[in-house]
Design a protein around this ligand. Sequence first.
Ligand SMILES: [Zn+2]
Length: 316
Amino acid sequence: MLVTTKELFEKAYGKYALPAFNVNNLEFARAVAEGCTKTQSPFIFQISRGARKYAHPELLKKIIVGIHEVYPDLVFAIHLDHGDVETCEQVLKEKPLFFTSVMIDASHDTYEENIQHTRHIADLAHSVGVSVEAELGMLGGVEEDIAVDEENACLTDPAQAADFVKRSGCDSLAVAIGTSHGAYKFKGPGEPKIHMDRVQEIQRNLPERFPLVMHGSSSVPEEIVEQVNRYGGQIEGSKGVPETLLSQVPQYGVCKVNIDTDLRLAWFAAMRRELAENPGNFDPRPTFTAAIDEVAKLVARKTEVLGSAGHLSDFK
Ligand SMILES: [Zn+2]
C-alpha cells in the first residue's frame, strides 16, 4: 500500500520512527523490500536527484512500482530527498503522481527565502495530496552537490522552528542537531555529540504531535566497516550515530530517520568479500545476491532499532 509520510507519521508519532532508505537501483529496492518484509515494518523509499540522474527517473519509477506489485503487503511512502524548487515543482505536476511526499530543501538560502520556497511547494503539494518535509538549520557533510564544512553547519534554533513551521506550511521538519551526511560524522576521539536537549526544546516549541526528521543518521557499524577494510577497503576514522541513541529519538517526536551511508557500506562489505573469496567468478548474480542479502539484513536491523518492526499491522 502506498501512503503519504503524513499518514505514516500520524501512526508512528511518539512510538517509533520510520526508516527512510535511499534507493538508486533494483538491488537496493529489493533489499529494502526483503528486509521490511522480514520484520513487517512500514518504511519510506527516498529518491534523491542523484538517484534519478543515475538510474533515469522513469526507470527508477518502474522499479518502485514493480516493488509495490511484487510485495503487495508492504506499506511505504515514496519521498523525494533533498528536492530543490524546480525538481519539486516538476514531480508535483506529474500525471499520474508518483511521489507521495517531497522534501523541499531551501536550508542553504536565507531564512526568509527558505520560508518562501517551502510555502510555495507546500501549497502546490497539498493541492495534490502530497506531504512536505522542509529543513531548518544546516547539517555538515556532503549531500548531493552541496558540501557544508563543520564551521558552517549550524543547529536548528527552537524559537525559529516554531515560526518557520507556522509560516511555511510544511508537514514535517528536518532538524540539525549535530548529525552530518556521510561516513565521517564526528571528528576526534570520544563519543559523538548529538544534541538531544535541542531536539526536546524544538519539540516543546512546535505544535503538538508535529513530526521531526533526522538526516545524516547512519550508525556506520564498526563490524561492517571492518569487513570493508579486511577485503581491501580504506575507510578510516569513520563514525556514526550510535544505535542506542537512535532508539530513543521517537519519544521526542522524531518520526523519520534517514539512512543511506549504512546501506552503501553493507553493500560494499559483501561485494568486497565475495570478490575476494571467488576470484574466478564472473557471474555478477551470486555476488549481487550476497550484497542484497547483506543490505536486507541491515534494513531489518534498522527497523528493530527505530521500533518500526511489527508495525505493518497499524495500516491494515
Ligand atoms: Zn539529508
